[in-house]
Design a protein around this ligand. Structure first.
Ligand SMILES: [Zn+2]
Ligand SMILES: [Zn+2]
Length: 731
C-alpha cells in the first residue's frame, strides 16, 4: 500500500484516545477526536462529562470497551499541549502517593479559564488624520500622543486633563486610532549579567560547581549546605544565571512562608527584574498570566511555593529547593506529597540538575550527601564580616523570674543591653495568641473546641477564645458553664501576645511589634511588621516561626527563645530534628551584620541533646546521633513509613473500619502494621480520626503492599481514607 493510501485510510477512521480528566477517577477514559487530529500525549482538549465540559489531557492509547455510538468527542484547544515530561511526572506522583492520576492532574490544571482565548485589550494610538477643528483640549491630547504609546481612553483623558468626550471625539474623527494589545504584558527577562555580586571563595567554589552542573544538562542533586548568613542564595543565583544563558527555564521553590519581598528584592538586584511568582496570594489574572508565560517558555525564572512543581515548563534546566528541610513543602491535603522529594523526581525526569539548600538539612538529605548520592557543597562561614553568634542556655528551673513571667532575668538584662546599644532583638515563641490554655480556677474546667479535641486559645486583642484547627471561636465566658463561678478563668502559659504584654511592662519606651502567621492579623500586616523591623522602625519583634525563616536583619544582635521545650509532638519520630531546625533558624537571625550576636535559649531541659547541640553549635554531632537512633528503629531514611488515616462524622463507623482494616492487613516479612489508634487530635473539625501506621524495611514496595491490602477491604462511604506516604506529621 502506498503511503498516500494509508494516510487516507487513517484519516477516514475516527481517531480515539484515552483522555485524563482532572477528577479523582481511577483512570483515563476514551474519547473520539476530530478528524485529522494527531493524538499526542499532553494534547489539551475540552471533553464532555455528564452535562459538563471539562479540560482534559490526551494521556495515551484508547483503553477500549466503549461502543462507537457511546463515544463522545473531545475537542483540542488551539493545539495547546502539556509538556509530555509533565504528564510522566503526574503519572509518577500518582503511583508514588497512591492517588488517582486525575487528582494529580488537577494540581497542574488549577487555573480557571487559563486556556480560554485571550481577550485583547483595546487601546488608542495617534492616527494619521488631523481634524479640521482643533482646540486647546484636543491639542493637549495630540501633544501627549506624539510619543507613539498606546493608551486606554481613561488614561489619555487623565494625562491630558480632558473629558472622556474629547478623547471619543478625536477617535471618531480618526485622529486617534484603535489598536489591539495582547491580554497580558510579556514577562520581563531576567538578565544573568545584570549585577553579579562579589562572592566569597566558599561561595565561588559552590557557584562554579553549580554552573557546571547546569551546563552538563543532566540530572544531578547537590546539597548546598551553608551556615545561616553564608550567602547560599547568591551562590545558587549563579546557577540560575547559567540556566538563563543556556536558554533554559529555572524554578526556585520556597516554603510558602518565606516567599518574601526581601527575596524578590534580592533577585531583582541580581537580575534586573522580578521573577515570575507562583503562590496562593496571586489573583486569578496574575495566575493566568504566569501559567501561560511558563507554558510558552517566556517565564524564564519562576519563584514559587510547592504547587509550582506542577507548572508546564517546556524547557526546565534547573530546580532549586531553598530551605529544603521545611515542613511547609509537605502538602497535607488532597494529593499528599512532599514537594522536595517530588522536585528531585521532576529533575530526574527532565534530566536537569537540582539544588537543595539549607543550613539545617533534613536527615534524609544529610544521609544522601554523606553516602555520596548527592553532591555536598559546604559554605562554612558567614558572608562578609559576620561571625556566628554566641549561644547560651538559660535553665528556667533555676534562673526564672516571678511566677507568671516568661522573660528570665538573664533575658531581661540582655534585652536592656541591646536596647541601650540601639540594636535590635527578636523574641521567638512558636505559639499564637495570648495563652494556650484557659482554665477555671474554681473547678479546673478547660475550654476545649466543640469540633476538635483541642484546647481553645485565648486571643486577648480580640477578647475571644479561638480553636487553631477549625477557627471556631467564642467570647471568653464570664461565668464558668460547669461550676457557675464568675470571672474564674485564668490564662495558662504564654503566647506571643502575652510575651508582648510582659515586654511592654518591662520596657515601656521600646518600639515593639508582634508578627505571627495569625489569620487575625493577616499576612499583609505581618509582612508590614517584618519590613518595619528590617528598616529599623521597630526595636524588638516578637514572633512565631514566621520571623524565623530566611530573613536578614543586619542590626539584630539578640535572639531570645522564650520556650525551647515546645514543639515535641507525641509519637513523632522527627520531633527532635524539627525542634533543632526551628531553633537553629531562629538563632541564625542574630549577628548577621558587622556586630556580634547573642542567642539566649530558655529551657527546662538543658541536658536534652537538642539543647546541647544548639549550645555547642555541633549540628553534625546532633545529626549523627539522630541517624543512629533512626537506624536502630528503622525510621526514615532507614526504613519506610506510611499512614492510613480514617476520618468521618460517624465515630462508630470510623472505629469499625479501622479494626477491619487492621484485621485484613496481609502478613509480610519486614513490614508491620500498627494500630488502629486514635490520631493525636482524635476529633478534628467534628470528624473522628483513627490512624494506622505501616512501617517497612527500606527495600519493601510499601505502595504495592498497601494497594494489595486495600483491594481486600470495602471502605464505607461515610468514612474517608487518606493515605500519607512518608508522613512527617503525626497529628
Ligand atoms: Zn468552673
Ligand atoms: Zn476546633
Amino acid at each position: 500500500m502506498s503511503s498516500q493510501a494509508s494516510i487516507a485510510i487513517a484519516q477516514s477512521v475516527q481517531l480515539r484516545a484515552a483522555v485524563l480528566l482532572p477528577l479523582p477517577l481511577p483512570q483515563a477514559y476514551d474519547y473520539a477526536l476530530p478528524e485529522g487530529v494527531v493524538a499526542k500525549r499532553g494534547l489539551l482538549v475540552r471533553a464532555p462529562l455528564g452535562g459538563r465540559e471539562l479540560i482534559g489531557v490526551v494521556w495515551g492509547k484508547p483503553e477500549g470497551g466503549v461502543a462507537s455510538d457511546k463515544m463522545r468527542l473531545a475537542v483540542p484547544i488551539d493545539g495547546l499541549r502539556l509538556p509530555p515530561m509533565l504528564c510522566d511526572f503526574i503519572d509518577w506522583v500518582a503511583r508514588y502517593t497512591l492517588s488517582p492520576p486525575g487528582a494529580v492532574l488537577a494540581q497542574a490544571l488549577r487555573v480557571r479559564g487559563v486556556f480560554d482565548p485571550e481577550v485583547p485589550r483595546k487601546a488608542l494610538i495617534a492616527g494619521t488624520i488631523v481634524p479640521e477643528r482643533m482646540n486647546p483640549a484636543r491639542e493637549r491630547v495630540r501633544a501627549l500622543m506624539t510619543d507613539g504609546l498606546a493608551r486606554v481612553p481613561s488614561e489619555i483623558a487623565e494625562l491630558a486633563g480632558v473629558s472622556p468626550g474629547v478623547v471619543k471625539g478625536l477617535a471618531d474623527a480618526g485622529a486617534l486610532k484603535w489598536v489591539s494589545l495582547p491580554e497580558f504584558e510579556p514577562c520581563r527577562e531576567p538578565d544573568g549579567a545584570f549585577d553579579a555580586v562579589k562572592l566569597s571563595p566558599d561561595q565561588l567554589r559552590a557557584a562554579e560547581h553549580l554552573r557546571d552542573a547546569v551546563k552538563k544538562r543532566e540530572f544531578s542533586v547537590a546539597l548546598l549546605d551553608g551556615v545561616t548568613g553564608s550567602g547560599k542564595t547568591e551562590a545558587y543565583f549563579e546557577a540560575v544565571a547559567e540556566a538563563l544563558s543556556e536558554g533554559k527555564q529555572a524554578l526556585i521553590l520556597l516554603p510558602e512562608i518565606a516567599l518574601t519581598v526581601q527575596f524578590l528584592d534580592r533577585f531583582e538586584a541580581r537580575f534586573g527584574c522580578r521573577p515570575v511568582e507562583w503562590h496562593s496570594d496571586l489573583s486569578l489574572r496574575e495566575r493566568k498570566r504566569a501559567y501561560r508565560a511558563v507554558m510558552r517558555g517566556e517565564a524564564r525564572v519562576v519563584v514559587g511555593a510547592r504547587s509550582a512543581l506542577f507548572l508546564p515548563f517546556p524547557k526546565l534546566g534547573l530546580i532549586v529547593v531553598d530551605e529544603e528541610h521545611e515542613h511547609a513543602y509537605k502538602q497535607e491535603e488532597g494529593v499528599i506529597y512532599h514537594a522536595r522529594d517530588m522536585a528531585v523526581v521532576r529533575a530526574r525526569l527532565e534530566n536537569c540538575p537540582i539544588v537543595l539548600a539549607s543550613a539545617t538539612p533534613s536527615l534524609e538529605t544529610y544521609v544522601n550527601a554523606k553516602i555520596g548520592r548527592y553532591e555536598w557543597l559546604k559554605l562554612a562561614h558567614r558572608h562578609g564580616a559576620a561571625e556566628m553568634p554566641e549561644v547560651r542556655l538559660v535553665d528556667m528551673r533555676i534562673d526564672h523570674g516571678e511566677p507568671g513571667q516568661f522573660l528570665s532575668p538573664a533575658l531581661r538584662t540582655a534585652l536592656d543591653n541591646t536596647l541601650r546599644a540601639r540594636e535590635q532583638a527578636l523574641l521567638f515563641l512558636n505559639r499564637r495568641g495570648y495563652a494556650p490554655l484557659t482554665l477555671c480556677t474554681v473547678c479546673g474546667r478547660k475550654e476545649t473546641c466543640r469540633n476538635c479535641s483541642a484546647w481553645m486559645v485565648e486571643h486577648r486583642y480580640k477578647k475571644r477564645l479561638v480553636c487553631h484547627h477549625c477557627a471556631y471561636e467564642i467570647a471568653i465566658p464570664e461565668r464558668c458553664p460547669q461550676c457557675g463561678a464568675e470571672h474564674s478563668y485564668i490564662a495558662c502559659g504564654p503566647g506571643v501576645e502575652r510575651v508582648e504584654e510582659e515586654f511592654r511592662a518591662a520596657f515601656p519606651d521600646a518600639r515593639v511589634a508582634v508578627a505571627s502567621s495569625d489569620t487575625l492579623f493577616g499576612p499583609a500586616q505581618t509582612q508590614g511588621a517584618i519590613r518595619a523591623f528590617a528598616v529599623g522602625e521597630i526595636d524588638v519583634i516578637i514572633g512565631t516561626q514566621i520571623v524565623a525563616k530566611g530573613h536578614h536583619f543586619p542590626r539584630l544582635t539578640l535572639a531570645g527563645i522564650i520556650d525551647a521545650d515546645l514543639g515535641g509532638g507525641a509519637g513523632d519520630p522527627r520531633s527532635a530534628e524539627r525542634s533543632f531546625q526551628l531553633l537553629h533558624q531562629v538563632a541564625g537571625r542574630s549577628g548577621r551584620g558587622d556586630r556580634p550576636g547573642l542567642v539566649l535559649i530558655q529551657t527546662r531541659n538543658p541536658e536534652d541533646p537538642v539543647m546541647q547541640a544548639l549550645a555547642s553549635q555541633a549540628r553534625d554531632d546532633f545529626l549523627e546521633e539522630e541517624m543512629r537512633i533512626r537506624e536502630r528503629s528503622f525510621i526514615p531514611p532507614y526504613g519506610r513509613l506510611a499512614s492510613l488515616i480514617l476520618a468521618g462524622e460517624d465515630a462508630l463507623a470510623v472505629r469499625e473500619t479501622g479494626r477491619e482494616l487492621a484485621l485484613a492487613a496481609p502478613k509480610a516479612q519486614g513490614l508491620s502494621v500498627w494500630g488502629p489508634a486514635p490520631a493525636f487530635y482524635q476529633v478534628l473539625r467534628g470528624r473522628t480520626r483513627e490512624r494506622l501506621l505501616v512501617q517497612a524495611e527500606k527495600t519493601i514496595d510499601i505502595q504495592g503492599y498497601i494497594r494489595a491490602w486495600l483491594a481486600e477491604v470495602k471502605i464505607p462511604s461515610s468514612v474517608h481514607l487518606t493515605i500519607d506516604i512518608d508522613p512527617i506529621s503525626f497529628f
